[in-house]
Design a protein. Structure first.
Length: 188
């Protein structure tokens, strides 16, 4: 093989290697960027859920598919007592609402579903940056605790949790691997 061809081949291989390494680095940076957004999103949702509880005296219920049940439906109304007065949980500042429906991630607000003048706890409940690819956040509520689950693309996030991953809780098409519970990162 002539020297000129060998040199050209070496230059091409070095160029190809640099290109592959650059692409990998860019891909990892994009994953990290999405993971940072996910972390911020579930923190915002957790803060909004805490504000919701302070206003209503309870956390929202959960739908079978992991959405927050806190949006107005056709039959949503204030729960009234036998005298026609709104019922409130102890310490709450808002009347209890019944017949709420699941809110859509990335579309609906977390607010008093019947009072548009009351400030929203969260203007838009965020959705996963890869929701168009089937990723989603997941809300669960049980035994007085809520959980907002996420699936990070990398293991570098401080709250990435293998124990959550092993529980095989679905965050869309992937398994969740981190969560907030009653406002704090959880480790199980």
């Amino acid at each position: 093989m002539p020297v000129m061809i060998k040199e050209s081949l070496r230059v091409f291989l070095v160029f190809l290697l640099v290109l592959v390494v650059s692409f990998y680095g860019f891909s990892e940076a994009k994953k990290r960027e999405r993971d940072v957004k996910r972390n911020a999103d579930i923190s915002l949702v957790a803060q909004a859920l805490e504000a919701y509880r302070q206003a209503f005296g309870y956390y929202p219920e959960v739908s079978d598919d992991g959405r927050i049940i806190a949006c107005a439906g056709e039959d949503t109304k204030v729960l009234k007592d036998q005298n026609g007065l709104g019922v409130r949980e102890p310490g709450a500042v808002r009347d209890k609402l019944v017949n709420l429906v699941p809110c859509d991630w990335g579309k609906d607000a977390l607010r008093d579903a019947l009072d548009g003048n009351y400030p929203a706890f969260l203007e838009i409940i965020p959705q996963d940056p890869l929701s168009d690819k089937g990723y989603s956040y997941r809300y669960e509520f049980k035994d007085g605790k809520y959980y907002v689950y996420v699936s990070y693309e990398t293991r570098r996030m401080p709250d990435y949790n293998k124990n959550i991953l092993l529980q095989k809780i679905k965050c869309g098409i992937v398994f969740c691997n981190a969560a907030r519970s009653n406002g704090v990162e959880i480790v199980r």
